[in-house]
Ligand binder design. Structure first.
Ligand code: MRU
Length: 353
C-alpha cells in the first residue's frame, strides 16, 4: 500500500496527488511554509489528510524556531498556526488539528522547556497520523454492515487512503466490506473540475483490486434510474450539528438523484469532521478556487480565453438527503442533532480526542 503522508526527520513526505495517476512522486516538504503551500496547491488534499499534514506542519515549524525566549517562541508558534490555518477554509479537520496542536503546546509550554514543547508537538502530530488510520478502520467496520453482498456503490471525489492518513473513509467502508467477504463494485464519478474521481479514486481502487467503473458526473442519474446503483457513499469536509454535509462540489446533485431514485446516501467521516459549533450547513465557508481548474485540463485550455468562471470547490447537502452518517464511534441517523451529539460526547470520553 502506498503512503499518502509521512513524518520524517527531513520533513513531511507527501505523495504528490497533482501528478497521479501518471506519476507516483514523493516529495519532502522541509518547512511549515512549504507544507502550507502543498496543502493550498493540493499536493495533499482530503479533509483528514489536510488535518494531519497541517499538524505535522505545525510540529515542523515549531522545531525550526531558533528563539530561546519563551514569549517570542509563543509568538512565532501562533504565527505558524495562522499560516497553516489560512490554506483551505472548508475542511474543518484543518482547524481541529491546529487547535489540538495548540492545546499540546500550552500544556507543555507551562514548563518553559522549549525542547520539550517541540518534542511534544512532534509526538502529537505522529499520534494523529496513526489515530486517523485506526479511526478509518473502525469506521469501515461500522459502515460495512450497511453494504449489501454484491453492492454496486457510487462514490464522488476521493475519500480514500489518499484523502486520509490511510485506508480512507468512504473507500474505507468499501475496503472493509471486501475484507468481510463481500464483493462490492464501485462507480467512480470523475469529479470535475479537479478530477479526484478519475485520477485518484480510480487509481487507488485499481491498485487494491476493487472493481471500479469510471463515469462522468453527468452519468450518475442515468445509472441510478437504470437500477445499477445500490447505494452512494461519500466523505465530508465539514458536517454541521444538524447533519448538513459539505463535500466536494457535485455531491449535492448526487444526493438529490439518490433520493429521487430511493437509493441510500451515506456519508463516512471521522468525528473530527463534525463542527458542532455551527447549527446548519448555511454557516460552512465554501472555498472558491482558481478559474484555471475549470478552463483547463492539466495545462490544456478547454474554454475561450478570458471567459467568466465560477469555481466553488464544495457544496452543502441538506440533512434530509442523508440516510446515515458513518463515524468511528458508530452510525448516526436522523434526527442528527441528537445522534451526532451523542457520538461526539462518546468520542470526547476517549483519550486524545
Ligand atoms: O478539494 P479536495 O480534494 O480536498 O476535496 C476532498 C473531498 O471533498 C473529500 O470528499 C472529503 O475531504 C473527504 S476525504 C476523506
Amino acid at each position: 500500500m502506498f503512503r499518502t503522508l509521512e513524518w520524517t526527520d527531513a520533513g513531511v513526505v507527501l505523495l504528490d496527488q497533482r501528478k497521479l495517476p501518471t506519476q507516483e512522486i514523493y516529495s519532502v516538504f522541509r518547512t511549515y511554509r512549504e507544507v502550507a503551500t502543498a496543502i493550498k496547491d493540493m499536493v495533499v488534499r482530503g479533509a483528514p489528510a489536510i488535518g494531519v499534514t497541517a499538524a505535522m506542519g505545525v510540529a515542523l515549524g515549531a522545531r525550526g524556531i531558533d528563539s530561546t525566549d519563551a514569549a517570542e517562541f509563543e509568538r512565532q508558534f501562533l504565527s505558524i498556526c495562522d499560516v497553516l490555518a489560512a490554506t483551505r477554509p472548508t475542511a474543518v479537520n484543518l482547524f481541529w488539528a491546529i487547535e489540538r496542536m495548540k492545546k499540546v503546546f500550552y500544556e507543555n509550554f507551562k514548563s518553559r522547556d522549549l525542547d520539550l514543547v517541540k518534542k511534544a508537538l512532534q509526538i502529537e502530530a505522529t499520534r494523529m497520523h496513526q489515530e486517523d488510520i485506526d479511526s478509518n478502520r473502525r469506521m469501515g467496520h461500522f459502515g460495512a454492515s450497511l453494504i449489501p453482498e454484491r453492492a454496486k456503490v457510487l462514490t464522488h471525489c476521493n475519500a480514500g487512503a489518499l484523502a486520509t492518513a490511510g485506508y480512507g473513509t468512504a473507500l474505507g467502508v468499501i475496503r472493509a466490506a471486501k475484507e468481510q467477504g463481500k464483493s462490492p463494485v464501485v462507480f467512480a464519478d470523475e469529479t470535475r473540475p479537479f478530477l479526484q474521481g478519475a485520477r485518484l479514486t480510480a487509481w487507488e481502487l485499481k491498485k487494491d483490486n476493487i472493481p471500479v467503473t469510471l463515469i462522468t458526473d453527468s452519468m450518475a442519474g442515468h445509472f441510478m434510474k437504470a437500477r445499477k446503483v445500490d447505494c452512494v457513499i461519500v466523505g465530508a469536509d465539514r458536517i454541521a450539528a444538524n447533519g448538513d454535509v459539505a463535500n466536494k462540489i457535485g455531491t449535492y446533485s448526487v444526493a438529490v438523484l439518490a433520493k429521487e431514485n430511493s437509493i441510500p446516501f451515506y456519508v463516512a467521516a471521522p468525528i473530527s469532521t463534525l463542527d458542532m459549533n455551527i447549527p446548519s450547513g448555511d454557516h460552512i465557508p465554501i472555498e472558491q478556487r482558481s478559474p484555471q481548474e475549470v478552463t483547463h485540463i492539466q495545462e490544456t485550455p478547454i474554454a475561450p480565453e478570458g471567459i467568466e468562471v465560477a469555481n466553488p470547490a464544495f457544496d452543502v447537502t441538506p440533512n434530509r438527503y442523508v440516510t446515515a452518517i458513518i463515524t468511528e464511534q458508530g452510525i448516526a441517523e436522523s434526527p442528527y442533532l441528537e445522534s451526532l451529539r451523542r457520538l461526539k460526547e462518546q468520542s470526547s470520553q476517549m483519550p486524545h480526542s
